[in-house]
Design a protein around this ligand. Structure first.
Ligand code: KG4
Ligand code: ZN
Length: 334
């Protein structure tokens, strides 16, 4: 299977992507078409529009991925596709394309978990060593996933309300920053000269769960107070206070989980892994505790199909294929 070629498709949210990956490690092509510009004017992803845009571009994106790989459809060993979680109508577009290819080429279909993809993005650039701990932070997810061995996932902590990226986007929206707001808040926070200190949600002492909605409300309260009294607000200081609160909780819980479960590595992944404050704080802590920290490069942190190809490879090695009557599953479990 080391030379097995997987064509992977990802359409769970607002990126239409197809990639060709060899042996779960080597990216031969990874084409990503983002719909951000379309959703930007609505301040968030509109599911119905996302599905329609996926339909418009999926065939072209697949064709381009195959072309850029320098291979032909006949060279493929399997078709992988994100089965969930995600927007059901968006998932469906990738799934229908994947099923058609699987049927026409008579090669296996591999339904893949989106979070497994984010985690295994690390395998495309690094070598994962087990047991390890993954901190998955994106617009839809905030999870601490323990992996005792390859492909074995145990969610030990998750958000009880908003995902980190979601909280970033909502705070950014309140500050009238463009969507997606994460990078804008990050920039404000880094350049800030002051800090408006905000609460940290630690939850129960032994819990690895997260909560960000209280923090988000605290930010909105500060903004409203200033607007009501027509006071000037130091937005950068607020962004920094928010980022510091988020980062401190994420870093502290991730490292506690690493120690508790004896993980040999910490893997950071998902769109929010691009956050400079988080990366810096995690790197410093991991360095002090001599724990290797793995982070994919920016393009592999955000949604892309190569990561789905990397995760699907684990199933291919074990001949865990998916029936053609498979359905997209918004609540798909790891
Ligand atoms: O993984 P991703 O591309 O899509 C999901 O699966 O959700 O993550 C997108 C999220 C958005 O919420 C975006 O605001 C956030 O990642 N993000 C950031 C940064 N860059 C992207 N959040 C904080 N700081 C950043 N630099
Ligand atoms: Zn994602």
């Amino acid at each position: 299977p080391m030379n097995d070629i997987i064509l992977a498709i990802e359409t769970s949210c607002d990126e239409t992507s197809a990639a060709v990956v060899r042996g779960g490690k080597h990216i031969l092509s990874n084409v990503v078409s983002s719909q951000i510009e379309i959703h930007e004017r609505y301040g968030g992803v509109v599911p119905e529009i996302a599905s329609r845009k996926h339909v418009e571009s999926i065939t072209l994106i697949i064709e381009q991925a195959v072309k850029e790989s320098g291979l032909s459809l006949r060279d493929l060993s399997a078709i992988a596709v994100t089965q969930g979680p995600g927007l059901v109508g968006a998932l469906l577009v990738g799934i229908v394309a994947a099923k058609s290819l699987s049927m026409a080429l008579d090669i296996p279909l591999i339904g893949t978990h989106h979070i497994a993809g984010h985690i295994y993005a690390n395998e495309l650039e690094h070598n994962i060593v087990y047991p390890c701990m993954a901190l998955v932070v994106s617009g839809g997810h905030t999870e601490l996933v323990r992996m005792e061995s390859e492909g074995e996932f145990q969610v030990v902590g998750r958000t009880r309300d908003d995902a980190v990226g979601e909280a970033y986007d909502k705070v950014a929206r309140a500050l009238r920053l463009p969507y997606p707001g994460g990078p804008h808040i990050d920039k404000l926070a880094i350049e800030a000269e002051n800090t408006i200190v905000l609460p940290r949600a630690w939850l129960e002492t032994d819990s690895y769960d997260f909560s960000f909605s209280g923090l988000k409300s605290a930010v909105l309260a500060v903004i409203n107070q200033h607007r009501m009294k027509s006071l000037a607000l130091d937005e950068a200081a607020l962004a920094r206070g928010f980022q510091e609160s988020v980062t401190e909780v994420l870093v502290t819980k991730a490292l506690r989980a690493v120690r508790h479960y004896g993980a040999k590595q910490l893997l950071l992944c998902g769109g929010v892994a691009a956050n400079r404050g988080l990366r810096k704080a995690l790197a410093a802590k991991c360095d002090a505790e001599k724990i290797p920290l793995l982070v994919p490069s920016h393009a592999l942190c955000t949604d892309n199909a190569a990561m789905i190809g990397a995760a699907a490879y684990l199933k291919l090695k074990r001949s865990q294929f998916t029936d053609l009557d498979m359905k997209g599953d918004p609540g798909f479990s790891l």
